[in-house]
Design a protein around this ligand. Structure first.
Ligand code: ADP
Ligand code: MG
Length: 290
């Protein structure tokens, strides 16, 4: 979840608690946040939506990312694999502005220099990120979680009433269907299964219409059936955007990836089709052979 969303959710819960104290019993739907309709303009005319070149970062002298370069094309579903500690999560931290690299270039499209922006700004520009652990608001319903994820203008007074407009309502319905939760609209998120919470969080990201969506180990802890449904879900949602998925499950990666990148010791070890990386002796040596 993005820092922005976290803050909004906390405010919504607070608004509801304030309301409950007034004992008017009308629920928390009137918490007021205005929405910004325009998605970020990303220039992809040069054929790439994300571009990293020679990026390095050290933690206490240890090079977690070491001269890493990466290119993601519009519409691509890239899977990132590699042993624990390879730097996969740190790479996402750098793209999303959570960690600043010591050196290198990170561009969103050909014009937006991500190293000049803060974490919250980067999320607003259209880069959605899901951390490994699901972070939904357990005390809100599925509907309220999705509604909350719509872009907000934090400057607007909390006294204004928010209602979904018809386009937003349509989008919410579509997302509910996509994430297999159309029958659970009014359920509290806290009562969902682990897999359903992961889908809800993906849904919350989709409400924000990101042009680039990044997921860190989305199927960890899911049942076999949930994994199958997730593969199907990711293949459908990548039709309108680029995606980067970090995942260890090779069968899952084989199902969804358009291209696979293998990371090792903070850099790229191999890149190509699933067949190519699976048959690469170095990849077998450091990762697949274990
Ligand atoms: P992966 O996601 O591929 O398993 P990570 O990106 O989480 O790998 O970690 C890469 C290396 O960087 C690990 O050795 C980890 O301990 C280290 N690391 C990551 N983030 C930090 C941090 N904020 N401070 C210190 N060390 C870190
Ligand atoms: Mg990781």
């Amino acid at each position: 979840m993005t820092p922005d969303l976290m803050e909004q959710g906390t405010r919504r819960l607070q608004a509801r608690q304030d309301k409950d104290m007034q004992a008017d019993g009308s629920g928390g739907r009137s918490a007021a946040f205005a929405r910004v309709a325009t998605p970020g303009e990303v220039d992809v005319t040069h054929g790439r939506i994300l571009y990293l070149e020679d990026v390095s970062v050290s933690f206490d002298g240890f090079k977690a990312i070491n001269s890493l370069s990466l290119d993601i094309a519009p519409g691509e579903l890239r899977c990132i694999i590699g042993p624990n500690g390879a730097g996969k999560t740190t790479m996402m931290d750098i793209i999303t502005g959570k960690t600043r690299p010591d050196a290198g270039t990170v561009f969103f499209g050909s014009t937006i220099d991500l190293l000049r922006h803060k974490e919250a700004e980067i999320a607003q520009m259209g880069i959605g990120r899901k951390f490994q652990k699901p972070t939904v608001f357990e005390q809100l319903t599925v509907f309220e979680n999705l509604e909350l994820a719509l872009k907000t203008d934090k400057g607007v007074k909390a006294s204004m009433f928010f209602r979904l407009d018809s386009a937003q309502g349509d989008r919410l319905a579509e997302v509910l269907h996509t994430i297999h939760l159309a029958d659970s609209v009014q359920r509290l998120a806290g009562t969902l299964s682990h897999g359903q919470k992961q889908w809800l969080e993906i849904g919350m990201l989709l409400m924000q219409e990101p042009e680039l969506l990044m997921l860190d180990e989305p199927i960890a802890g899911m049942s076999a059936r949930e994994r199958e449904l997730t593969a199907d879900l990711l293949k459908r949602i990548c039709k309108n955007r680029s995606m980067i998925v970090i995942e260890h499950d090779m069968a899952f990666v084989a199902q969804i990836a358009s291209k696979v990148t293998v990371m090792h010791q903070g850099k790229i070890l191999a890149e190509g089709s699933m067949d190519e990386v699976q048959n690469n002796p170095q990849v077998i040596d450091v990762y697949l052979g274990h």
